[in-house]
Design a protein around this ligand. Structure first.
Ligand SMILES: Cc1cc2nc3c(=O)[nH]c(=O)nc-3n(C[C@H](O)[C@H](O)[C@H](O)COP(=O)(O)O)c2cc1C
Length: 324
């Protein structure tokens, strides 16, 4: 129904890719997105080779890609070879320098996606021959630099690409959670959207139901970008990155008090682990988009995608009719 360079080049029926959300974008969810006509992408995040093999097996019969956190991949680069042996539909590199990995991905003839937060990162990705640039605005759930909004970053990246690398595609990421967002992404010059939080709340997602129910009841003012959960989990994210999360008691206590959190780390970590074990989301993290306020139910991934497609097509149809 909506045809773009992204749907044509990747054999999709809808210009939507699943965001490579660490552990949440698993074989079941990625397979469901691909089956619904989008591009399913596994979130390799902090996972290991066993997890990847298992998820490829679960998604078997569908073409899925894999997304890596670049600074984490640099700690165990052998995972890239494992993934390339599976002949993935794409490799996505986010949050770090794609340069050390780009050549291996090109040699394997696998499309390289790079998720970027600003124009300098977009230029660096073009320099290493990126096939699909994902422009991530600060609305996005999960990690990012959060320095730019989707609404201004996407058209600037689209202009940069048109000028310097016209064969490169652009996807918008951050805050796209319904057909209005998809239509907006296309209107801003993107070839499609990379959707995280809306599909995180889909039926096939492995999200804890207690976390999902909190998100479904939350409003967009209830999220904040913070480093406190990286500190307590001991994840060494590079300077400048934070994760967009739901505000909860843990955030209220430590956000803005990161030095005190570091000082009390040992005791806090053991309380934190107990809270995760008990599914206590007053303490445990829920990474989610600023679009949480328009995510209100948990249908199947296919229903989410169909709804977005129909709504976007209706909006774009009205716009083109009005322009005649
Ligand atoms: C729960 C969650 C986990 C995420 N984990 C990753 C990750 O491991 N790697 C990555 O590249 N992006 C990750 N992201 C960010 C997504 O790639 C994407 O930029 C974001 O979901 C888009 O914004 P949206 O959530 O508003 O759709 C994550 C997002 C969420 C919500």
């Amino acid at each position: 129904m909506i045809t773009t360079r992204f749907t044509s080049q990747f054999g999709l029926s809808v210009p939507i890719a699943l965001a490579p959300m660490a552990a949440f974008a698993d074989g079941r969810l990625a397979g469901a997105v691909s089956q619904a006509g989008g591009l399913g992408i596994l979130g390799a995040g902090y996972s290991d080779s066993d997890w990847l093999d298992t998820q490829f097996a679960i998604a078997a019969g569908t073409r899925v890609g894999v997304g890596f956190i670049a600074w984490k991949l640099a700690e165990r680069p052998e995972l890239l070879d494992l993934v390339l042996d599976h002949e993935p539909a794409a490799v996505v590199l986010s949050f770090g320098d794609p340069t050390p990995f780009a050549e291996r991905i090109h040699t394997a003839k696998v499309p390289l996606f790079v998720q970027v937060n600003d124009l300098d990162e977009a230029r660096r990705a073009i320099d290493v021959g990126v096939d699909v640039l994902v422009a991530q605005g600060g609305e996005a759930g999960g990690h990012g630099k959060g320095i730019r909004s989707t609404f201004t970053l996407v058209p600037e990246v689209a202009d940069l690409v048109a000028d310097q690398a016209p064969n490169t595609l652009v996807l918008a990421a951050g805050g796209v959670a319904d057909g209005r967002g998809l239509a907006a992404a296309l209107s801003l010059g993107a070839d499609g959207a990379l959707v995280g939080s809306r599909l995180w709340a889909a039926q096939e997602s492995p999200v804890n139901p207690a976390a999902r129910d909190r998100a479904l009841a939350a409003g967009s003012d209830d999220t904040v970008r913070s480093t406190v959960f990286d500190i307590v989990r001991g994840y060494p994210w590079p300077q400048g990155y934070g994760g967009r999360v739901l505000r909860n008691d843990f955030v209220r206590r430590w956000h803005g008090n990161e030095t005190a959190l570091q000082t009390n780390l040992v005791a806090t970590q053991s309380d934190y682990r107990a809270a995760v074990e008990a599914s206590d989301f007053d303490t445990a993290a829920v990474h989610i988009s600023e679009a949480v306020g328009i995510i209100r139910d948990n249908p199947t991934a296919a229903a989410v995608i169909e709804r977005m497609e129909l709504e976007a097509a209706a909006i774009l149809g009205r716009l083109s009719y009005a322009a005649q």
